[in-house]
Ligand binder design. Sequence first.
Ligand code: NAD
Length: 259
Amino acid sequence: MLKGKAAIVTGSTSGIGRGIAHALAGQGVNIMLNGFADAATVDTVKGEITKFGVKVEYNAADVTKPDQIAAMVDATVKAFGSCDVVVNNAGIQFVAPIDKFPLDKWDAVIATNLSSAFYSTRYVLPIMRGKKWGRIINIASAHGLVASEDKVAYVSAKHGIVGMTKVTALETAGSGITCNSICPGWVLTPLVQKQIDAMAAEDKLSEDQAKLKLLSEKQPSKQFVTPEQIGGLVVFLCSDAADQITGAHLSIDGGWTAQ
Ligand code: NAD
């Protein structure tokens, strides 16, 4: 059903985005990869996607720059003839208490995790409206629904993207376009590995002890969510069965936000 459609997955050179790109490619979707990465990594990820028999391109857009996002949307249409699915996934984290939170880090987290999704949604909607079909999927977080200390910019951006999702859903309702956010709990990616390393150093723990401590604090399953599981949810949201799911936030968090 998705065969031959085209998707942009921002931040797909790593972690969750890479898993989402794999899952969509597995359904026959042509993929525009994006993210900061060296040439060797880009080649590796391109090779992984090519194995699914779909077309793949890479665009180096910095998602904090609206003109670069517009150019990436244009490049996607040029390469694949359309832009049917956009997964706003690129994200960064910075951890510090509010009164010590560096101003430039606030700006960077808001630009990367929130404004980027506004830019891509703004540029892609006319294309999706023309096709009377589209899927915009925003990768929020459990931190889009609940807070943790020391993550003021991240929590603000993720709550913001859950709200942006609802506005997008209302403005597109009944048009064949849906917009939803996915709210993962802990996923073992480079973004979280940094937090595990910091916890291990600070609390003098082994890596395994730090992982268990991190999970135990928030995620009742005490198991990491995987990029493959999030990819599976993205594929479902792109299916006909999800036609009437719009403006929703779907948790995939081992019980984190059930507490
Ligand atoms: P990651 O660090 O493995 O990957 C982040 C990706 O975003 C990379 O490809 C990176 O190059 C890209 N990126 C960062 N800034 C960019 C920019 N300005 N322009 C273009 N690309 C940029 O992180 P991840 O854990 O895979 O996170 C992906 C998304 O999932 C993020 O939005 C994150 O907030 C969210 N998330 C992660 C977890 C988790 O536990 N890992 C949980 C909930 C939500």
